[in-house]
Design a protein around this ligand. Structure first.
Ligand SMILES: Nc1nc2c(c(=O)[nH]1)N[C@H]1C(S)=C(S)[C@@H](COP(=O)(O)OP(=O)(O)OC[C@H]3O[C@@H](n4cnc5c(=O)[nH]c(N)nc54)[C@H](O)[C@@H]3O)O[C@H]1N2
Ligand SMILES: Nc1nc2c(c(=O)[nH]1)N[C@H]1C(S)=C(S)[C@@H](COP(=O)(O)OP(=O)(O)OC[C@H]3O[C@@H](n4cnc5c(=O)[nH]c(N)nc54)[C@H](O)[C@@H]3O)O[C@H]1N2
Ligand code: SF4
Ligand SMILES: [Mo]
Length: 714
């Protein structure tokens, strides 16, 4: 065995932790540990990241193209045959029904394969289909909707490392290692450093999360009440005059409308609804807006999974705007980019673009946001007959059968397709339903860059890093870098893939490094410089400053447009007058979303060493609630919503507030398979139905703050 450890980085999640990988004599991953010399992540690596070699070597890994047989089993077929057959079927569907009948869904595994992160989109463009879907629209697309309605500040919000305050609403970056506006490079260490320099932390979360333990002010509300809490905070700020008057005077419009819209959200009303103390609400407003001068309010999935997600994000942005928590003229742009082209950032507002009010609208009435249709509407896209009905779906590095709410709905939809093709290393729920499965290389087997398409969100600094492929693929495996499958299909269809504006050679397949170099060709650095820097390059010398805006610019933030005001009025109308929320009448609990450290959505949970630590997805319940309901640790409970029910073991969680239960997603079995609560767990998407609340614009279903009842089972 080689004793050398190769420095590279983990690409399972946003953390991009610098690691040292040791290979065995066959070039296979032997061990992985955090790299203490890594300038970014300073030695941090999580358990699942350190054990990801188990995925590479897993006996369950799909190593050859598979084709589903009439009896439901899968047969190994040569790659060329799979590609020829898939291309022929796509061509036939396109000829008969048009390109709109072919759709794609891209998930986390695709985003983190940087040579391929846009290949599905490029493939769909090449064959003329507008039907691109991804996990982004069932994640935090409310953030894009908010910018689309309030306006965009090109230089972005005050950065984590400069603010004297940070307000976190519904995120747990110490575990998720994910969130724009946080420093996720070794998150706990970075948070401690920020606290040491005096940064105050406000956290709003129904669970006293790992992150909340560091908070100066912690609000522990019922989930689903972020809009009332944020409206209440804005009301206090405006009543006290803590807003940044100069900034608002120059850059904001509709202040009076905002003031009027939040007027009903008195501290007492908010406190009753959200189940918090009015004094704590005031304290949060004081620490953020009165005592803090710079530093943003930020969020991740908590508010975005809950009802009124678009409104919640709008109010977060409005709070940042009125408090002037945006990077100003003459200040450095926090991360102007390392791989993508830089663009001038001016201190002026780009007026609310409302992208969805122009351009392509699909048969279900939804428009595209950032070139994608909402995955919350994928079921109807597939099932509703008529022109434009989706008949073929290419799934890239995603698991829609697990990830998309309304499990029965999505599984029926996937089963009804004429053609389902999945590029996927494991036999996931989606793979099981597929006609063809095409196996990709895994992270240490391919050259890569960090997730650069969202680089300014993912990384707090203009840093990037190249890694070559370091590990050998399993012997005899017919795995290929993800993007090559699209190139092969496009070639067979006579289409040309345009990769970041450059047409690829469709006669001779380029190498993956060529593909990365094309994508990075607008970087301020030559690709060779990026390629040859072993632990990455930090473009700190290439500072970009915010340029002066046009003093004559008429553009302003729109703080309270009519559709947003209507949504806020609807939130107010939920108040039942007795301190409750009508939306939850008849249910004893609200179920909140949460993530687990050792799993990654539906991935990683089956690694043998993870399984021995976290065998299933339990219902986390406050011990007082368990006592009241007569539930003991490990006992099976039935969780029922208006859409369905699941059975899971109970697990006491004193950090969860009473009245709330929390169950991680990404587990479960297909409909019709026997329940397996102590093994494969249960799909929380059975609790989310077709008729449940859904956001306008991005079709985001209600995935947190779900009204539920609990019954102990004997
Ligand atoms: N109820 C409920 N549902 C949710 C959520 C929730 O909180 N609650 N969260 C939502 C969110 S935020 C998201 S992002 C989505 C996640 O939605 P998806 O991204 O669709 O789901 P994942 O389970 O992350 O699937 C990633 C897949 O990529 C595969 N993979 C790993 N590496 C590679 C690779 O190198 N190449 C390829 N081709 N594949 C690879 C993995 O095996 C895995 O099957 O789920 C959403 N669904
Ligand atoms: N280990 C691990 N890391 C991951 C993932 C994973 O599955 N496992 N998934 C990745 C993905 S796809 C994403 S999108 C990110 C997500 O990153 P995060 O959003 O940071 O993920 P969570 O840990 O679920 O944190 C959400 C928090 O919101 C709280 N919450 C739930 N409902 C509400 C609500 O209505 N209001 C408020 N204020 N809070 C609420 C929950 O209690 C929880 O603490 O994480 C990424 N990183
Ligand atoms: S936090 Fe874990 S999974 Fe994410 S990049 Fe770091 S080691 Fe990999
Ligand atoms: Mo996500």
């Amino acid at each position: 065995m080689s004793s050398t450890e190769i420095p590279t980085f983990c690409r399972l999640c946003m953390g991009h932790c610098g690691v040292l990988v040791k290979l065995d004599d066959h070039g296979r991953v032997d061990s992985i540990r955090g790299d203490h010399e890594d300038p970014q992540t300073l030695g941090y690596a999580c358990f699942k990241g350190m054990r990801s070699g188990e995925a590479h070597a897993s006996p369950d890994r799909i190593l050859h193209p598979l084709k589903r047989q009439p009896d439901g089993t899968f047969a190994r077929i040569p790659a060329a045959q799979a590609l020829d057959e898939i291309a022929a079927r796509l061509a036939a569907i396109r000829a008969q029904h048009g390109a709109e009948a072919i759709a794609g869904y891209k998930g986390g595994g695709a985003f983190f394969t940087s040579s391929s992160s846009k290949m599905l989109n490029a493939f769909l463009d090449a064959i003329g289909s507008p039907k691109a879907f991804s996990s982004v629209t069932i994640d935090q697309s409310s953030k894009a909707v908010a910018l689309g309605r309030i306006g965009i500040w090109p230089a972005g919000r005050d950065p984590f490392n400069k603010g004297d305050v940070l307000m976190i609403i519904g995120a747990n970056p110490l575990v998720s290692v994910s969130m724009g506006g946080f420093d996720t490079r070794n998150p706990q260490k970075r948070l401690k450093q920020a606290r040491d320099r005096g940064m105050k932390l406000v956290v709003i979360d129904p669970r006293r999360s790992e992150t909340a333990r560091f908070a100066d002010v912690f609000l522990q509300p019922l989930p689903g009440e972020d809009c009332s809490i944020l409206a209440g905070i804005i009301r206090i700020v405006l009543a006290e005059g803590w807003e940044d008057r100069e900034f608002c005077g120059r850059y904001a419009s509709q202040m009076a409308e905002l003031r009027a819209a939040v007027d009903g959200f008195t501290p007492e009303t908010v406190a009753r609804r959200a189940g918090i103390d009015a004094a704590d609400l005031r304290r949060a407003a004081e620490v953020f807006a009165r005592d803090g001068r710079r530093g943003a309010a930020v969020s991740a999935t908590g508010p975005d999974m809950s009802p009124h997600a678009n409104l919640a994000e709008h109010l977060i942005e409005a709070l940042n705007v009125i408090c002037g928590r945006l990077v100003r003229e003459g200040e450095p742009v926090q991360n102007p980019g390392a791989v993508n082209a830089r663009w001038p950032r001016k201190a002026e507002v780009i007026p609310a673009p409302r992208w969805w009010e122009q351009g392509y609208v699909s048969k279900t009435g939804y428009a595209t946001i950032d070139g994608e249709l909402p995955s919350g509407a994928l079921i109807e896209e597939i099932l509703e007959p008529g022109p434009g009905q989706v008949r073929a779906l290419l799934v890239h590095g995603g698991n829609p059968a697990s990830a998309i709410p309304d499990q029965d709905g999505i599984v029926n939809a996937l089963k009804s397709l004429e053609l389902l093709v999945t590029i996927e290393p494991f036999m996931t729920m989606t793979a099981q339903l597929s006609d063809y499965i095409l196996p990709p290389t895994l992270q240490y087997e391919r050259p890569d860059l960090p997730l650069f398409i969202y680089e300014t969100l993912v990384s707090i600094e203009p840093y990037t890093r190249f890694t070559p492929a370091i590990a050998a693929v399993p012997e005899g495996a017919e795995v290929q870098d993800d993007w090559t499958w699209f190139w092969e299909l496009a070639r067979r269809l006579g289409a040309t893939i345009e990769h970041f504006g450059q047409a690829l050679d469709m006669t001779r397949r380029p190498g993956t490094e060529d593909i990365l170099a094309i994508a990075a060709r607008f970087s301020p650095l030559p690709f060779e410089t990026i390629r040859s820097a072993q632990r990455g390059v930090y473009l700190d010398a290439l500072t970009q400053l915010v340029e002066p805006g046009d003093p004559e610019s008429p553009h302003r933030f729109t703080l309270m447009p009519a559709d947003v005001a209507e949504e806020l009025a609807a939130v107010m109308a939920e108040d039942d007058g007795a301190g409750g929320n009508r939306a939850y009448a008849g249910f004893g609990y609200r179920m909140a979303s949460r993530r687990m450290r050792d799993a990654l959505n539906s991935a990683c949970k089956d690694l043998p060493s993870v399984r021995s630590r976290v065998p299933t997805n339990p219902a986390f319940i406050n011990p007082a609630d368990m006592a009241r309901e007569g539930i003991s640790e490990g006992q099976l409970v039935r969780i029922a919503s208006d859409a369905g029910e699941i059975v899971v073991p109970a697990k006491a969680d004193p950090d969860l507030r009473s009245g709330v239960i929390s169950i991680p997603h990404g587990y479960g079995v297909l409909p019709g398979e026997p329940d397996d609560p102590f093994g494969r767990g249960a799909s929380t998407n059975r609790l989310i139905g077709a008729k449940g609340p859904r956001e306008s614009i991005n079709a985001m279903p209600r995935m947190s703050a779900i009204p539920v009842n609990i019954t102990p089972l004997l």
